[in-house]
Design a protein around this ligand. Sequence first.
Ligand SMILES: [Zn+2]
Length: 450
Amino acid sequence: MPNCLSWCPASLVGMPLTVVLAEPLGVRAGRSEGKRSSHGRKIRGRRILKDGHCATISPVRLLKLNAGGHLPLRAAVARGQAVSDGRSDHTIKARGKCMSYEIDFLPVGEGSGDAIVIRYGDGGTNNWLHVVDGGSTGTAKTIIEHIEKYYPGYYINNMVLSHADNDHAAGLVGVMERFRVDHLWMNRPWLYADQILHHFHGNFTLQGLINDIKVRHPYLVELEDLALSKGTQIHDVFQGQEIGKFTVLAPTRERYINSIPDFGKTPDRKTTAATDSGGFPFLKALLEQGKKLLEDWNIETLATNTVTSASNESSVVQYAALDGDTVLLTADVGPLGLTEAADYGAARGLSRATRIQVPHHGSRHNVTPAVLDRWLGPKLPHDAYVGTAICSVGSTKTDYPRAQVINAFMRRGFKVYSTRTKWISWYQGGGHPNSSPAQAEVFADEVEGV
Ligand SMILES: [Zn+2]
């Protein structure tokens, strides 16, 4: 792959670059929305940053967040709308070593599910494949064909199962049968049976509980058996672990173990009414039409307090800085895990991600305005652009991602893209050939009812 620096015209050396600065997770936005927008401007062309690194910039609106000051380029992360069925006309080669990567969200068929194939390189000849979740059983074929087409000869360095739900776990069995896999990162709830036995009031012996948990998780047992037979190393996946370039932000070991007794229960429900925003009184702001609610840019009806299942909340949340881009993979995590991940990210001094997976296939039970403020930043004017979000959605799930969720992401400067029947990619370094820009979801004036 070409050296990034060689792409930069020497005449542009030293030109200033205005970039979107990803804020530290621990800092709520102190800047006013108006200030952010008033300094927005478009930049084209290529730049060499003052530190000698390369930045290639296609048409994209960048915001200068600090009127007078120079933003620290080391911490700044310039990014484009590089979400597409591969190639995009909105790409920024961000600063830093040009190692290149693709993060491909694959279609999962009719039902829900996640299947993500990630390749990243070191700028030289080394490349790594990192597969996150495998969709349902039938999705294995899609993943195998994708890897064989775009990454022939590769094996899988790291295979990560986000959580035990079938629409994430089942497809990995076929993928592991096909490819060499060096490391399988997967939490196996039966390993902690001794620590949760007291929850079961003497109904189980330890072995009885282990057996019961295993019966409820057939794909995990199958993956474990397969991994052991192939010589794949199996690791548990808890906060703080590093998986290649990715850092695990959630779950903590303690929270995971405590949640095991609740696996299988599905309290996917809202617990409080929707909220308003921007000072609009709730009753005045919401106009109910049948079961629909009306929203506009200033009126947000997403629930302030919502819960998803314990299994979803046990999802592994991964974060990486790749080629200057910051990426957050959420699987089906909910407000609990997202908050835990943000707290940990803040403690580690991580920036907000600008490429974020919409949790749980776009369900409105997995995000709240507060959690989105934390991860995406505050609400912004219409034309502000901060980052992109990709949602794994089944081909027949026409009502996902939920309009409330799309709108909430868009208000915070994130364009939302959904897989349905296609794969969608974030990338740096060229992406896949013969692909075209993906279409973003549009803002909806009418959203799901309470
Ligand atoms: Zn799912």
